[in-house]
Design a protein around this ligand. Structure first.
Ligand SMILES: Cc1cc2nc3c(=O)[nH]c(=O)nc-3n(C[C@H](O)[C@H](O)[C@H](O)COP(=O)(O)O)c2cc1C
Length: 171
């Protein structure tokens, strides 16, 4: 089974979470980490995991990414998860999961990139297999809160176990 963890990251926090999700998945399936800057995926997937930073209560836009660069992010602001999803081919019920990173201090505020991404992928025919999940940073540039990398690895492992179990049940 083949999986992809596709991510956007301006300051590097979401990239760290993406790596942890890969670490959680890799005992169970053949998994690759893929930045949105690398363009479309080559070949099909049995599992798609998508993740990005929450910007202005949703997926980032060119303007918010530029804002991040202005605040010191060392990244190319031209493409984000929103634009990558616009080019995503139809999913034909391929299982998927979504995560984001957000600021801990405002965790009660609504709006998350993971929820927005999940909405788009579902419309494209992908099947959401677990609730969109958020991982928390201390402030806009990070760092991640203590324990978030480990939590992401567990989230990835549970995702893989559920998926592998489900496929086994289908025989
Ligand atoms: C322009 C901008 C808008 C943001 N808006 C939000 C927001 O609405 N809610 C939130 O929790 N965090 C917000 N953040 C903080 C980001 O979520 C944080 O920078 C991100 O998790 C860091 O991930 P990265 O290192 O992968 O870029 C914003 C950051 C920027 C630069």
């Amino acid at each position: 089974m083949r999986g992809f963890v596709v991510y956007e990251s301006l300051f590097g926090n979401t990239a760290q979470i993406a790596q942890a999700v890969v670490d959680g998945l890799k005992d169970h399936l053949d998994v690759e980490q893929h930045s949105v800057a690398e363009g479309p995926l080559s070949g099909g997937a049995d599992l798609l995991v998508i993740g990005g930073p929450t910007h202005a209560f949703s997926l980032s836009r060119a303007t918010t990414r530029q804002d991040a660069v202005n605040q010191g992010a060392n990244a190319d602001p031209t493409i984000g998860l929103r634009e990558w999803l616009e080019e995503l081919p139809g999913g034909n019920d391929t299982p998927f999961a979504a995560f984001d990173t957000r600021v801990d201090m405002v965790r009660r505020l609504p709006g998350s990139a993971a929820k927005a991404a999940a909405k788009v992928a579902r419309k494209r025919g992908y099947q959401l297999v677990t609730r969109p999940e958020s991982f928390y940073v201390q402030d806009v540039p990070g760092p991640l809160l203590d324990g978030e990398v480990q939590r992401a690895e567990v989230w990835g492992a549970q995702l893989a176990q559920a998926l592998v179990g489900e496929l086994r049940d289908w025989g």
